[in-house]
Ligand binder design. Structure first.
Ligand SMILES: Nc1ncnc2c1ncn2[C@@H]1O[C@H](COP(=O)(O)OP(=O)(O)OP(=O)(O)O)[C@@H](O)[C@H]1O
Ligand SMILES: [Mg+2]
Length: 364
C-alpha cells in the first residue's frame, strides 16, 4: 500500500472519532493537521479548540487505537494541540481578548470570587492565556485571594494601564483604583465611567479567556457590564440552599433578558467529604443546582465540595488549586474549567453554523 493510500485509510478511521461535546467527527471539524505517513510510521496533530478540553486524553487514546488498528501502520504519534478561537465580537472593545466569561450570582457570599479565581487559574494551568477582572466594585476580593498588594496599576501609552500579574494570570481589580482599605464610593454616572475604564483602558494584550468576577445580584454594574462587554457567556454560581437558588434564578433570567448566552450553573458548597470515610455528605440539600439548570435547559457545569482548604487558600493568597492541586475542590474546579471551555467552543460552533446557513441563504 502506498503512503497516500494509507493516509486515506487513516483519515477514514479518524472520521469515526467524534468530539462528544461538539457532536461532530474530528476530521470534519478540521482538527486533524500535519499528517505525515512514511512507510508504516504515522504522525499527526489534533488541534482542539481549547487546551482545557475535558476529553483530551480520551480523544488521544481513541485516535491512537484506531490508527494503530489499520493494517500497515507500524507506529503512531498523536500530538494534541489547541488554538482557542475567538467568540464573535460586535463591539470593537477588548479586541485582543478572544473570549469573555462572566461569573455571576444572584446572592452574595456564595463563593463567586473563589470560583472565578480558581476557574481562571484552572484555565491557565491547562495552558491557555488568561486574565481575571475583579469587577466587584463594592467588595473587591481578588487581590486578597491572589495575594496581590493594592498598588495602582502601571500606566502605558494612550491612557491605557497594564494589569498586575500573579501566578501567570493578568489581573485588574476595582481595588487597585482606590486607596488601600478605602471603600469606593460611586454614584450612577461615575459607575458607568469606571466600567468604561475597565473595558477600554486596560491593555490586556492577547488573551484566550478573560474571566470577570461580577458583584453579587442583578444591579447596575452587572447590567452595564453585560451590555457593554462582548461576553461569550455567563456562569451562575449558587449554593444548594433554597434562598440562593431563588436568587440564582433571577441571575439566569437577567442574562436571558440581555441575551448573554448562559454557559451554565455551578453549585458551590454542594457536599462535604470527611477524612474518615471519603463519602460525599450532602449536608444542605442535594440536586438544587442541577434542577435549576434543567428548568432553564442550560448546562450543569460542576458541584464544588465545601472544604477547609478553600477558605485557607482564599485568605492566604494561594488559591486551593495551587496549594492543594489534588484536593476534591481543586479537581472540581478543573472539571468546571473543562466544562466552561467546552461550552464556549460549543457556542462558537453554533455561531459558525448560523453564519454558514446565512451564507447558504444568501447564495440562494
Ligand atoms: N467550596 C468552598 N468550601 C469552603 N469555603 C468556601 C468555598 N467556596 C467559598 N468558600 C468561602 O466562602 C467565603 C465567601 O466566598 P467568596 O468571597 O468567594 O464569595 P462571593 O460570592 O464572591 O462573596 P461576595 O458576594 O461577598 O462577593 C470565603 O471565605 C470563601 O473562602
Ligand atoms: Mg466576591
Amino acid at each position: 500500500m502506498s503512503d497516500q493510500q494509507l493516509q486515506e485509510k487513516i483519515i477514514a478511521a479518524l472520521k469515526t472519532v467524534q468530539d462528544p461535546d461538539l457532536h461532530k467527527d474530528i476530521v470534519s471539524l478540521g482538527f486533524v493537521k500535519n499528517m505525515k505517513v512514511e512507510g508504516g510510521s504515522v504522525s499527526y496533530d489534533v488541534e482542539l479548540t481549547t487546551p482545557a478540553c475535558p476529553v483530551k486524553e480520551q480523544l488521544k487514546t481513541e485516535c491512537e487505537t484506531k490508527t494503530q488498528a489499520i493494517e500497515g501502520v507500524t507506529s503512531v504519534s498523536v500530538n494534541m494541540t489547541a488554538v482557542v478561537r475567538s467568540s464573535e465580537h460586535s463591539q470593537p472593545i477588548l479586541t485582543g481578548v478572544k473570549n469573555i466569561i462572566a461569573v455571576a450570582s444572584g446572592k452574595g457570599g456564595v463563593g463567586k470570587s473563589t470560583v472565578a479565581t480558581n476557574l481562571a487559574l484552572a484555565l491557565k494551568l491547562s495552558g491557555a492565556s488568561v486574565g481575571l477582572m475583579d469587577a466587584d466594585i463594592y467588595g473587591p476580593s481578588i487581590p486578597q485571594m491572589l495575594g496581590i498588594p493594592i498598588t495602582p496599576p502601571k500606566g502605558g501609552p494612550d491612557n491605557k494601564f497594564f494589569p498586575h500579574e500573579k501566578y501567570g494570570l493578568k489581573v485588574v481589580s476595582a481595588a487597585f483604583l482606590t486607596k488601600q482599605g478605602q471603600p469606593l464610593m460611586l454614584r450612577g454616572p461615575m459607575l458607568g465611567g469606571i466600567i468604561q475604564q475597565f473595558l477600554q483602558n486596560v491593555d490586556w494584550g492577547e488573551l484566550d479567556y478573560l474571566v470577570i468576577d461580577l458583584p453579587p445580584g442583578t444591579g447596575d454594574v452587572q447590567l452595564t457590564l453585560t451590555q457593554r462587554a462582548p461576553l461569550s457567556g455567563a456562569v451562575v454560581v449558587t449554593t444548594p440552599q433554597e434562598v440562593s437558588l431563588i436568587d440564582a434564578d433571577k441571575g439566569v433570567k437577567m442574562f436571558q433578558q440581555v441575551k448573554v448566552p448562559l454557559l451554565g450553573i455551578v453549585e458551590n458548597m454542594s457536599y462535604f467529604v470527611c477524612d474518615g470515610c471519603d463519602k460525599k455528605h450532602y449536608i444542605f440539600k442535594s440536586g438544587g443546582g442541577k434542577t435549576l439548570a434543567e428548568t432553564f435547559k442550560i448546562p450543569f457545569l460542576a458541584e464544588i465540595p465545601i472544604v477547609g482548604e478553600v477558605v485557607e487558600g482564599g485568605d492566604s493568597g494561594t488559591p486551593v488549586i495551587l496549594s492543594h492541586p489534588e484536593s476534591p475542590a481543586s479537581m472540581a474546579y478543573k472539571e468546571l474549567a473543562g466544562q466552561v471551555a467546552a461550552q464556549v467552543s460549543i457556542n462558537q460552533l453554533k455561531e459558525d453554523k448560523a453564519e454558514s446557513s446565512f451564507d447558504l441563504a444568501w447564495k440562494g
